[in-house]
Design a protein around this ligand. Structure first.
Ligand code: NAP
Length: 289
């Protein structure tokens, strides 16, 4: 069933800086428009400068705000993530809201560092990005980190013997989205009392650009399915915007949100031990220490 709840909170975000990965497309772009309209400074972090420039123009036009720019970031390359963060920390004095929105659907491919594309981009790239930007988030407290996940997390569990699993594409995607949930919860625990809140969001099933990774035939088929069953990007962005602005959301640090309200996760996805283990494994994989 299509979800249709809208954010009712009309809070302005003047003076706040928002960084959105994948802000050139789909849910990320729509979120950028919504938050720029509320007065925030928006930085969209994208891997394709040409797409980014086009998106910035559209976001500026739709939000009637000139306070929108882009920076280059390829989450499939950990050197790019490190370079981006160095640049960001030099240029930007605030980071009030970080939205980890970029994502890859199920594709059998590998990142430049040899990780499965889904796990590398959806989880590890964002893990490193958030950790390197954490000092700025703490300085800008109260700040928020919003990480996009998917309700399909429930179809898989993590295998610590094979975190880099890349066999059945859909399951690879489910695992990466489960990793997003553990990451979001552990971040909330580690930053408890430091003014940084962390939320995981399932945006619903959205008519976005994710089919661009597939063949023409599949894209045509999915156009019909998406038209019938998926929601618009405007509705898909609502829960992200809700977590960015709502005081009610702030009461659920570490929470999982669907359709502009907290939702209940399957018990295995709330396992603190697994979340901690994933955090430590991710630190080793991205060589954070
Ligand atoms: N659409 C749905 O039904 C749905 C359902 C549940 C969860 N989600 C989640 O929602 C989030 C947004 O997805 P969407 O539906 O809006 O899809 P989308 O339109 O395909 O947007 C994905 C964004 O991620 C960016 N991206 C991909 N790989 C990247 C990389 N290596 N470095 C930097 N950016 C990269 C894409 O950039 P390019 O344009 O350059 O490719 C694009 O801007 C994702 O995390 C997704 O898993 C979506």
């Amino acid at each position: 069933m299509k979800r249709r709840r809208y954010v009712t909170d009309v809070k302005r975000l003047d003076g706040k800086t928002v960084l959105i990965t994948g802000g050139n497309s789909g849910v990320g772009k729509e979120t950028a428009v919504a938050l720029a309209t509320r007065g925030a400074r928006i930085i969209v972090a994208c891997r394709d400068p040409e797409k980014a420039r086009r998106a910035v123009t559209e976001i500026r036009l739709q939000s009637r705000s000139l306070n929108v720019c882009h920076m280059d970031l390829d989450l499939a390359n950990l050197s790019s993530v490190r370079g981006f963060c160095k640049d960001f920390l030099q240029k930007e004095k605030r980071l009030d809201i970080l939205i980890n929105c970029a994502g890859m659907p199920s594709v059998l491919d590998w990142t430049d560092d040899g990780f499965s594309m889904c796990f590398g981009v959806n989880h590890l790239g964002h893990f490193l990005l958030t950790n390197l930007l954490l000092p700025r988030l703490k300085e800008s407290a109260p700040s928020r980190v919003i990480t996009l996940t998917c309700s399909s997390y429930k179809y898989q569990k993590l295998d610590f013997q094979d975190l880099n699993y890349n066999l059945l594409p859909f399951f690879t995607y489910c695992r990466s989205k489960l990793a997003n949930i553990y990451f979001s919860q552990e971040l909330a625990r580690l930053t408890e009392g430091k003014g940084v809140s962390s939320f995981a969001v399932h945006p619903g099933f959205v008519q976005s650009g994710w089919t661009s990774h597939y063949s023409f035939l599949f894209r045509m088929l999915m156009q019909v399915v998406m038209w019938m069953f998926f929601v618009s990007t405007e509705i898909g962005a609502q829960t992200v915007v809700y977590c960015a602005v709502s005081d009610e959301a702030a009461k659920h640090n570490g929470g999982y949100f669907v359709d502009c309200r907290p939702a209940v996760l399957r018990p295995f996805a709330r396992d603190e031990g697994v979340a901690k283990k994933l955090w430590e494994a991710s630190e080793r994989l991205v060589k954070l220490a």
